[in-house]
Design a protein around this ligand. Structure first.
Ligand code: GLC
Ligand code: CA
Length: 562
């Protein structure tokens, strides 16, 4: 099959807990998503990815699934999900669910059975190993020194045992599933097909790199004073993931002509081709180059503040790497990251004009643009006043880590303000009414106080709003006669060395465009060799074009046809 029906689509990520609450319990729900489908349709969205809404104890906000076949009652019912899929379909929108199969919840039936009988059938669904005997303590300790993504040992004692440990790359309530076991893989493919048969458009695939493990297990050189080594070292020691992902593709996605987009960090050129090349494991994968740029092992406070040239280097590096090998998925934020406008726009420059500029810069890259909920109205980070306002497990771990690296509590809080995942998880700002119109109750996470000025209802009425600019961008990008340029044409960087300018050409068979973005608060004169045929998009009301030059105002972006 492989029709690539998705290659000219615009996608949107929903974090269900924070999208829209219909029953006043302060938590967004599936009925809330259905209620807002017309809003998404009006925005021009074709594909919606919904972060996990399966039955879950919510230790990691639904990324810990206790029953893959059920919807968590907090979000609704299976019937609500079927209704949502059908209502979306009638508006031409495909729904993706989140596929979380590196791990499940410790409250899943499989794990409960494994605890009862570690040697039995379900014990083999997990990684269970005998600990090391520590004579000084007279007890068994973790078998290997791996540190998980959320801090602490990635091995915890199997409940009821004083000797056996199970592996969890993430939270201790997220035991890793054993992908070497064919029986487990069958269970997963059956479950995926069950959902795909219900009419899903496909899946976003969570943390998938972690299903590969390096055997035999061993200790790795410690990278923290407590003797632990980051688990990524073990994952990276094993190059091969192809067997499982090829099998998954052939047994599930290929049968349904689904869209699949992987959460894959740090892929090499060879891996890019394996993942999203002509015969790749997935349709697409996210570009996380900007996301991870400037990171420090000492913690968020020490991360480099990115300048526009860092950002430019990242997006162009990915475009060069992917070229026309496949379609990357482009983002400026998601539920694991701070708001993109607070990260990529230089300090002091944050305003509606610069938000639109950043939007256009990433939106017209080659690939599938993903908009994360609230991005289209210009939502910003939450100014956390204290750690009491932080819910997220990984933010708490980072906070402790920053303190151990010598930060004062105020500096560590500053790191959290800049990078906490909760920045993007605050409730969607629908109106300027109480709780931003998100709920009639008390929201599970504080509403950003800027909802008075930043909200969908008011922006819908303002022709100059960020929201209306996003609609305009979508409209421009989806013009069918421009598919040759906006879908197919490669990105050719222009004046790459010019500081604070991001500019690129895309030359198609029928149309060609140039995008020019002035990431600074100064006027910028840019030489243009081409005759301008028309302006397709402009975030300000005027354009100054003189003989061979285009003059850009501060934070101006222009997409011109040449
Ligand atoms: C992915 C998810 C993140 C989650 C983790 C563990 O990175 O995006 O939210 O915590 O996987 O499932
Ligand atoms: Ca609710």
């Amino acid at each position: 099959m492989n029709t690539k029906w998705w290659k000219n689509k615009i996608a949107y990520q929903i974090y269900p807990k924070s999208f829209y609450d219909t029953n006043g319990d302060g938590i967004g729900d599936l009925k809330g998503i259905t209620a807002k489908l017309d809003y998404l349709k009006d925005l021009g969205i074709d594909i919606v990815w919904i972060s996990p809404c399966y039955e879950s104890p919510l230790a990691d906000q639904g990324y810990d699934i206790s029953d893959y076949y059920k919807i968590d009652p907090v979000f609704g019912t299976e019937k609500d999900m079927e209704e949502l899929i059908a209502e979306a379909k009638s508006r031409g929108i495909s729904v993706l669910m989140d596929l979380v199969v590196n791990h499940c919840s410790d409250e899943h039936f499989w794990f409960k059975e494994a605890v009862k009988d570690p040697q039995g059938k379900y014990g083999k669904y997990f990684y269970i190993e005998e600990g090391k005997y520590d004579a000084t303590k007279d007890e068994y300790v973790a078998p290997y020194n791996w540190r998980g993504y959320f801090g602490g040992y990635a091995w915890d004692k199997l409940p009821g045992s004083d000797k056996l440990f199970y592996l969890h790359s993430f939270h201790k309530k997220q035991p890793d599933l054993n992908w070497t076991n064919p029986e487990l893989r069958e269970e997963i493919y059956t479950m995926m097909n069950w959902w795909l048969d219900k009419g899903l458009g496909g899946f976003r695939i969570d943390a998938i790199i972690n299903i590969k493990k390096k055997f035999p297990f061993c200790d790795y050189p410690a990278d923290r004073p407590d003797g632990t080594a980051f688990i990524v070292k073990m994952v990276e020691a094993e190059p091969n993931i192809s067997k499982y992902l090829t099998e998954m593709r052939d047994r599930t996605f290929a049968l349904h002509d689904s869209f699949s987009v992987g959460e894959v960090f740090n892929a090499t050129e060879k891996e890019m081709d394996d993942f999203i090349g002509e015969n790749g494991f997935f349709s697409s994968m996210f570009d996380f180059k900007p996301t991870i740029c400037g990171g420090s092992t000492r913690g968020w406070y020490f991360n480099k503040k990115l300048n526009p040239d860092d950002y430019k280097a990242c997006i162009f590096a990915t475009q060069r790497l992917v070229s026309n090998m496949g379609y990357i998925s482009n983002i400026i934020e998601n539920h694991d990251e701070p708001r993109g406008v607070c990260r990529y726009i230089p300090e002091g420059g944050l305003n509606n004009t610069s938000k639109k500029m950043l939007a256009a810069t990433y939106f017209f890259l080659r690939g599938i643009p993903f908009i994360y909920q609230g991005q289209e109205i210009g939502m910003e980070n939450l100014p956390f006043e204290s750690m009491d306002e932080v819910d997220d497990v990984s933010s708490w771990d980072e906070y402790e880590h920053m303190l151990s690296e010598g930060c004062t509590p105020e500096q560590a809080l500053e790191g959290v303000r800049r990078f906490s995942r909760d920045n993007a998880r605050t409730p969607f700002q629908w109106t300027h009414d109480n709780q931003a119109g998100f709920t009639t109750g008390i929201p599970w996470l504080r509403v950003n106080p800027n909802y008075i000025n930043i909200n969908a209802e008011d922006e819908g009425k303002d022709p100059n709003s960020v929201l209306n600019f996003y609609k305009e961008m979508v409209r421009v990008r989806k013009r069918p006669e421009y598919e040759d340029v906006f879908v197919e044409a490669l990105v050719e960087p222009y004046l790459e060395e010019e500081p604070n300018l991001i500019a690129y050409y895309r030359r198609g068979d029928r149309h060609s465009i140039i995008l020019l973005a002035n990431f600074s608060d100064e006027l910028k004169k840019v030489p243009i060799k081409d005759a301008i045929k028309g302006i397709l998009l402009n975030n300000l009301n005027e354009e100054i074009i003189s003989e061979g030059n285009m003059e850009l105002m501060p934070w101006q972006v222009i997409v011109a046809e040449i």
